[in-house]
Design a protein around this ligand. Structure first.
Ligand SMILES: [Zn+2]
Length: 369
């Protein structure tokens, strides 16, 4: 098991301080993974039912709060063509628990005693909660504008909170100095985080009777779901469990959509897009995703697509979901209007089966509707 640079192919041993390549690019994890459909493991109703497919030794004590195995339900009764994956029902209220569980298990096994992380809220809460569970000291850097509910949650887990003036990028800059001497448990940089989010693909396929949907829609900022889905579906495909890989459809806010721009202009790289205004989708405002090459690879090789959503349609999406009994944060609600757009433009057609990922619970950002 080792790290490999996505850009220059340099390889590195796995160590607590290593989170990126010397060339500055993000690292991928090179490891064997075997998905056993009939795996009988003690934590069978969590993502650890796929333990053999995760880069964690059989003897390692896992750090878990029972994350994963979230419901997959039709958006309304008798609508099997559009299913919702309720991943906001993970222990801290977002899908980020998947990555945090695998990452903190790995770091604890390495003997790490202290971590730092930067986040727009949900990832910070997840890293703080799993650090608490692991007995690891944790400091989270957040933009000042982060929802109060998310900040309170992070503090409640006992993490030290550092508020940073300015936007999401300013927060990332602030954490870099700390990451020189303390382990950076980054949901964007750390390859073990994606090893957790890839279990979303396994679960969807298992819940559909070991077959894949035709499309999956998810919000995309830095791409930790989009890439996790790509890795998971690719593994399922390589191992012959599914025949076809779903088309991966990403959604970005209209005021910060660098991946959508690259998709639209069919460029081979992603250019930074300075955020042009406020958005309710605070969880997906990445001006320049660090795994841009990986995201474009996932987009092209799955015949994927991207679209954007504005605040008016985000609110509409929240309302539509709420009237069906589903209370999610604005960042999650982008998938509703995205589904309609993809349908209108013909990316989704009759006979397709689509799964939309609902990423974060509405309780932390109440007051929007
Ligand atoms: Zn490199």
């Amino acid at each position: 098991m080792q790290y490999q640079c996505a850009k220059c192919n340099n390889t590195y041993e796995i160590s607590p301080l290593r989170y990126k390549c010397d060339c500055g690019s993000a690292l991928n994890l090179i490891a064997d993974s075997r998905i056993l459909p009939n795996a009988q493991v003690p934590a069978a109703m969590s993502l650890w039912r796929y333990r053999e497919a995760l880069p964690i030794d059989a003897e390692t004590d896992i750090v878990t709060l029972g994350e994963g195995m979230t419901p997959l339900i039709p958006i309304e009764t008798d609508a099997p063509e559009h299913l919702l994956k309720l991943d906001y029902l993970c222990p801290t209220g977002s899908y980020k628990d998947r990555g945090a569980a695998v990452l903190l298990t790995h770091l604890k096994a390495l003997g790490v005693e202290e971590v730092v992380e930067d986040s727009s809220g949900n990832a910070g809460a997840a890293i703080a909660a799993y650090s608490a569970r692991a007995g690891i000291c944790c400091t989270i850097y957040c933009p000042e504008s982060t929802s109060k509910g998310k900040l309170k949650q992070i503090s409640a887990y006992g993490a030290e909170l550092k508020l940073v003036e300015g936007n999401r990028m300013a927060t990332t800059e602030a954490v870099k100095l700390a990451a020189e001497t303390t382990c950076y448990a980054s949901h964007n940089w750390h390859p073990f985080f994606l090893e957790g989010t890839k279990t979303l693909a396994y679960e969807i396929v298992e819940q559909l009777g070991w077959r894949a949907p035709t499309h999956v829609i998810c919000p995309v900022g830095f791409g930790s779901i989009y890439l996790g889905l790509f890795i998971g579906f690719r593994e399922l495909n390589v191992q012959g469990i599914i025949k076809d890989t779903p088309r991966l459809l990403g959604v970005q806010p209209d005021v910060c959509c660098p991946i959508y721009n690259a998709y639209l202009e069919n460029t081979s790289f992603i250019s930074r897009m300075i955020q042009t205004g406020e958005t309710l989708a605070e969880g997906i405002t990445a001006e320049l995703p660090i795994r841009g090459d990986n995201i474009l690879e996932a987009l092209r090789s799955t015949n994927g697509a991207f679209t954007t959503v504005d605040d008016t349609n985000i609110k509409k999406g929240m309302k539509i979901l709420a009237t069906k009994g589903i209370y999610v944060e604005p960042t999650s609600a982008v998938v509703v209007s995205a589904y309609q757009k993809f349908k209108k433009e013909g990316t989704i057609t009759t006979g397709d089966q689509v799964v939309s990922i609902l990423t974060g619970i509405g309780l932390k950002s109440s007051g929007v509707l």
